[in-house]
Every structure is written in C-alpha cells, then in structure tokens.
Design a protein around this ligand. Structure first.
Ligand SMILES: O=c1ccn([C@@H]2O[C@H](COP(=O)(O)OP(=O)(O)O[C@H]3O[C@H](CO)[C@H](O)[C@H](O)[C@H]3O)[C@@H](O)[C@H]2O)c(=O)[nH]1
Length: 331
C-alpha cells in the first residue's frame, strides 16, 4: 500500500515525501519536473515522471501501484505570475484536479489531502482568518485553488472521495538535516530572496510597498515551517483514514510578521547586512494574512515545532548557505 504524492519533487512536496518515508510509509511520487527537482525526491520513494493532466500517465501509476491515498502538491503557486498568465493557472491547477479526481474515482482511491492556500480568502474582513470566513480570492492563483476545493467537495458528494484541504499561509524553512530546501527558478518568495541577498547573489532586497494598512506599512504574513506543514499532512491522512468527514484547515503560526520584520530577523540570524530598498507595490498582495490555526491544533492535534520565525529563517539559511546553486539541476 502506497501514498501517491503528486508534486513530490517540489519544495513542499519533497519535504512531505521525506517525512512520509521516515515514518515508514511506501511513497510514490508523480512529478513533471516543471518546477521541481529530481534531486529533491527522497531516494526511497518511487518516481514516475509525467503530468497529472495526462490520464494515461495516472492510469499507469494506479494500475502498477496499490495507492490508498493521494497528497496533491502539483500546482503553480506564484501570485504575481497568476495575474499575468491566469489561464496557465486554471489549466494546470484546476485542470489537473479534474484528471486526478477522475482517476481516483475510477480506481476507487478514497482519500486526498490537498495543498490549498490563504490566497483563497482574498482580502479578509477580520483577522486572524478563520476557516469559516468568506473565500473571495483576489488573484487567479487563489481562485484556481478555491475551484479545486469546491471540485473536491462535489467529488465527495458524488463519489465519496474524502478530502482535507490544508490552507497554507507562508511556508518557509528547510529540513533540519540540511538535505533538501527551497529552490525555485526564478525565485519570487520573500525568504529565499532575502537569503540570496545575504549570500551576495543579489545586490539588494526590494520591499514591495510600504504604504499598506499595517503597523509599519509593509505587508504582514504568517510564516509556517515546511516540516511542521509536512506533519500536518500526515495527521490529515490519519484523520481521513480514521473515517472522518471531509474538512478544511488553516496552517499558520497565528502570528504575523511584516516584510520589514522578516528582513530584520534575517539580519539577526545571518549576521549579514542584507541591503534593502522600498519598491512599488506588487499586484495581488493583500495587506495582511494571519491564520487562526486553532482548528488544526484541536481537530488534527497538530503541534508545530517551530514557533519563532528566527528558527524558521535559520533552517532556510542553513540550506542556502550550504547549497549556493540550489539543486543545480535545472531542466
Ligand atoms: O522580493 C520580494 C518578494 C516578496 N516580497 C513581499 O513579501 C511578501 C511575501 O511574498 P511571497 O511571494 O513570499 O509570498 P505570498 O504572500 O505572495 O504568497 C505565498 O502565500 C500565499 C498565501 O498567502 C500563497 O499560498 C502563495 O503560494 C505563497 O507563495 C509579500 O508582501 C511580497 O510583496 C517583497 O517585498 N520582495
């Protein structure tokens, strides 16, 4: 019996695969390596190279392997890119979910844990954000993921496929043993970009906007460690296997940090100057996104181990400073 991790070569997926393998599970990875890295896949996992929109590819996996549950990370996730190329997001993210659910229905796979996002909430009316708050995304990325959540709800209704949607806030950090980490090409996320400036690979950090409705004017986000996120997925799988109903959970730390505070924390962790300037706003950025994550703690018994953003940044710094070229396997 195996767990299929779609997108297991990506940043979050590869950390999930590592955690699953280390907890004794048989893992099958499906990835088209469009943004992931072959070297990020744990050697104990079985790798199928292909695209989840390709039904024949999925059939090959479901025929060859005894898959009991799917963990689905295979999606594009860059907010500004989705503003430029919305159809790319509806095709890969929303479209990929159709093929995956059809294959799950036909092969009678009953459980799916899904990477959803805080971006499904849009501009929140109250903070911290609760799972029951309105989901009104303001960018195509968030909408593509909201559509995927709703598709799973109807697939549950019609075919009995049970799902857990995990709505991530801002994921950062790397495995504590330094073996895998974050490597996007091009990089757009705040923490790895700050790391690149600390390494001297970029001249300076551009902070996108300092006139937001927040205490210091820069965007506030809620950072969660990638290994804590992986733990939550394992708990979500157990929740489904115990026969519980479909559900959605926020995954964050319940504490907000502004972009300026993240920069300061990174200066403290790395001991580097990290030059920065204020740049124009980036389209699609809400002022603040902070999670109420009590539900995951109460229902899934999730207990995040990293509660200080400095510790999260320290694991990111360990990866970046020891892997200056990332995985160095662009393809
Ligand atoms: O060079 C940079 C890069 C980012 N930022 C700022 O840093 C903050 C965080 O930006 P990221 O791109 O790191 O992350 P996002 O908040 O845009 O998005 C992340 O969180 C979202 C939900 O909140 C989605 O899940 C998405 O996939 C995930 O990448 C934003 O205010 C952004 O404007 C900068 O100031 N300079």
């Amino acid at each position: 019996m195996s767990i299929l991790v779609a997108g297991g070569a990506g940043y979050i997926g590869s950390h999930m695969v590592k955690q699953l393998v280390e907890s004794g599970e048989e893992v099958v990875v499906a990835d088209n390596l469009s943004t992931g890295h072959k070297k990020a896949i744990n050697p104990k996992a079985k790798f199928y190279y292909g695209d989840i929109r390709d039904r024949a590819f999925l059939d090959r996996i479901f025929v060859n392997e005894d898959i009991t549950a799917v963990v689905h990370f295979a999606a594009f996730s860059i907010v500004p890119e989705s503003m430029q190329e919305p159809l790319k997001y509806f095709d890969n993210n929303t479209g990929g979910m159709i093929t995956l659910l059809e294959a799950m229905r036909d092969f009678k796979v009953k459980y799916i844990v899904f990477s959803s996002t805080a971006a499904t909430y849009g501009i929140p009316e109250t903070m911290p954000i609760k799972e029951t708050d309105p989901q009104q995304p303001i960018n195509p990325y968030g909408l593509s993921k909201l559509m995927m959540e709703k598709m799973m709800a109807w697939a549950d209704e019609a075919y009995g496929i049970k799902f857990v949607a995990l709505r991530y806030f801002n994921v950062a950090g790397a495995a504590a043993d330094g073996t895998i980490g974050e490597d996007h090409g091009p990089e757009t996320h705040l923490v790895p970009i700050i790391m690149q400036v600390a390494q001297g690979k970029r001249a300076e950090l551009s902070i996108f906007g300092d006139d937001y409705n927040t205490p210091d004017g820069t965007n506030v986000r809620d950072y969660v460690h990638v290994m804590d996120l992986a733990d939550a997925h394992i708990l979500a799988l157990k929740y489904l296997e115990a026969g519980n109903p479909s559900n959605a959970f926020n995954l964050g730390s319940s504490t907000g940090f502004s972009n300026k505070e993240m920069l300061e924390a990174a200066r403290e962790v790395t001991g580097k100057e990290i030059p920065a300037k204020i740049a124009p706003r980036r389209p699609g950025d809400p002022d603040s996104l902070v999670a109420a994550s009590d539900k995951a703690r109460e229902v899934l018994n999730w207990q995040p181990k990293y509660d200080d953003v400095h510790d999260i940044i320290a694991t990111a710094w360990q990866w970046h400073s020891t892997h200056p070229k990332g995985y160095d396997d662009r393809n």
